[in-house]
Ligand binder design. Structure first.
Ligand code: NAD
Length: 361
């Protein structure tokens, strides 16, 4: 079945109206729509509009809190610890990054510890906020939900989540280098998208409940449940562990163990971000020429059957060009989105247009 096409500005407006009707102030509703549509635009449908039903059920079940401001837990100038107050991650992470960016302007470097935020989505979005200010950023993030979904290397049962790792490196007159990935072989949302589409997932991403390799996304939704694997075997596993320890245990957020699985509907993120001003290294011109020489040399390699060599961040830039006017949504996700709008309309006593009504003919 063909996906349903929605004009990109219409999708943005629909998400903004939905969260405004839910109770978000105009800024939070806009930041949430910016972020989710931004993820679709970047090619990461796993973290785009398809997250709306999850956020709505978290909100209606009293977990996600609207219109929260970050609370400063401790502040030593260049090191700041913030509590997200279970607030909307798209607003909480934006506020947290703005504080960290201001600290880099003052001190040249900032360590940002953010805990207790609802889902902060595509972490690359926050690294881009730092890059737009001219700063390098490195992000270690853990995710906690009602149950873990990724198996440790050497294990069969899931013990943690898809813990993303992200780095942005700004360059003069160029798009930043942006490395941004889940430490699982594929992001959880990509399993959801495949399940909703009735598609398979790539080999090496999933195991069934007995630990056998599987390409069926159903093993993550229909009992007995299997697990995602980490990318790169023990290497991705090691990065996931580092994301738990730096992103959660050290920030004061909850790391992945049963005492922290109490909430049933939301996805919670904790993040340690290291930001610095590369200009303070005094190597600006050398950095630009060295990185350009390196990238040119890398691209000069004979091509494999993939046919091209992309630098980190280029895939997302390409998607943005392709999707600027319309975004495709599969039928399963569309049904969930319409149901989420109906749930908010019923809970708040307002009228909301179903997203499917905005589809292109
Ligand atoms: P992915 O597997 O698509 O990898 C993305 C990275 O690989 C990007 O840096 C991209 O530029 C690069 N890339 C893509 N194709 C490339 C190619 N052909 N050559 C070279 N580089 C290429 O990403 P993912 O693991 O599916 O993660 C998707 C998103 O999910 C990320 O934005 C991540 O932050 C987000 N995420 C968030 C959470 C959370 O809890 N908030 C959890 C997991 C993932």
């Amino acid at each position: 079945m063909q996906d349903i096409l929605i004009p990109t500005p219409a999708l943005h407006g629909w998400i903004e109206r939905l969260f405004a009707a839910a109770g978000s102030d105009p800024s939070e509703a806009r930041l949430t729509a910016d972020h989710l549509v931004g993820a679709n635009l970047s090619g990461h449908d796993s973290h785009g509009a398809g997250m709306v039903p999850r956020y709505v059920s978290s909100l209606l079940n009293g977990e996600l809190q609207l219109n929260r401001a970050v609370e400063v837990v401790s502040d030593t100038g260049s090191i700041v610890v913030l509590d997200g107050q279970r607030g909307m991650g798209q607003s909480i992470a934006h506020q947290a990054m703005a504080i960290a960016i201001e600290r880099v302007r003052l001190h040249g470097v900032a360590v940002l510890a953010l805990r207790n935020s609802h889902h902060i989505g595509r972490v690359g979005h926050w690294a881009e906020q730092a890059a737009a200010a001219g700063f390098v950023s490195v992000h270690f993030v853990n995710a906690v939900s009602s149950k873990p979904i990724v198996a440790p290397h050497g294990g069969i049962e899931p013990r943690f989540n898809t813990n993303p790792f992200t780095v942005a490196i700004p360059r003069e007159d160029q798009q930043p280098i942006l490395l941004d990935f889940a430490t699982s072989a594929i992001a959880q949302g990509k399993v959801r998208v495949a399940y909703n589409k009735g598609a398979k997932v790539p080999a090496g991403a999933l195991i069934d409940a007995d630990g056998r390799p599987s390409d069926d996304p159903g093993v993550m939704f229909e009992p007995p449940l299997g697990a995602l694997l980490t990318f790169g075997a023990h290497k991705g596993f090691g990065m996931a562990v580092v994301c738990e320890l730096l992103g959660a245990a050290l920030t004061g957020g909850g790391s992945s163990h049963p005492a922290n699985f109490a909430r049933n509907y939301g996805v919670w993120n904790n993040m340690l971000a290291l930001l610095f001003d590369p200009a303070r290294l005094g190597t600006g011109a050398l950095f630009e020429s060295e990185s350009a020489s390196f990238i040119d040399y890398v691209r000069s390699a004979r091509k494999s059957e993939l046919g091209e060599i992309l630098m980190p961040g280029e895939a997302e830039q390409r998607y943005r060009r392709e999707r600027a006017e319309r975004i495709a949504i599969d039928h399963g996700t569309m049904a969930e989105l319409d149901a989420a709008a109906a749930a908010i309309a019923a809970a708040r006593g307002v009228e909301l247009t179903p997203l499917s009504a905005l589809a292109l003919p």
